[in-house]
Design a protein around this ligand. Structure first.
Ligand SMILES: CC(C)(COP(=O)(O)OP(=O)(O)OC[C@H]1O[C@@H](n2cnc3c(N)ncnc32)[C@H](O)[C@@H]1OP(=O)(O)O)[C@@H](O)C(=O)NCCC(=O)NCCS
Length: 131
């Protein structure tokens, strides 16, 4: 079976854009995966909040893949695509891309699927679509 074609440009809505800083490096001197994961989580949470017009909380992260390293100075952007809306949950595909400082090449660096639940003031799930 042939592999799906590798995307050459970001898919989905731009939800966050920032610069990778020296404070976010790991022991190799590259950007720490946890920082990247948190950018993806923040970006997808913004998407989920706007969709549900509600507070949201992360309930699951699936299929997280680190594809290429991120370097200090790269411009990192996260892009979100809605996969499914349940009663109280939203499943969102997120990918991060890095624009390299040297040469400006755009590289897909991570991909994952984040699930959020819309919650009320007490932290209890409530419907995404409320009247
Ligand atoms: C998210 C939370 C409010 C859900 O509460 P709950 O009592 O388990 O609620 P439910 O069982 O009714 O599930 C709510 C929705 O989440 C979905 N869900 C629950 N666990 C899931 C999982 N592991 N993966 C995907 N979806 C999940 C359910 O299918 C349901 O979706 P639907 O209403 O669209 O059908 C609760 O588990 C919680 O507060 N978790 C901690 C969240 C948190 O702190 N996140 C930050 C992590 S740093």
């Amino acid at each position: 079976m042939s592999e799906p074609a590798r995307p050459t440009e970001p898919q989905g809505e731009l939800v966050i854009r920032t610069i990778a800083m020296p404070a976010d490096t790991n022991a190799n001197g590259d950007i720490f995966g946890g920082w990247l994961l948190s950018q993806m989580d923040l970006g997808a949470a913004i998407y989920a909040r706007n969709l549900s017009r509600s507070r949201v909380t992360t309930v699951a992260i699936d299929a997280m893949t680190f594809i290429a390293p991120v370097y200090v100075g790269d411009i990192v952007s996260c892009h979100a695509t809605l996969l499914k809306v349940g009663r109280t949950s939203m499943r969102i595909a997120v990918e991060a891309w890095a624009q390299r400082t040297k040469g400006g090449a755009l590289v897909r660096v991570t991909a994952g699927v984040f699930t959020y639940v819309a919650i009320d003031d007490a932290g209890r799930p409530h419907p995404v679509h409320r009247t």
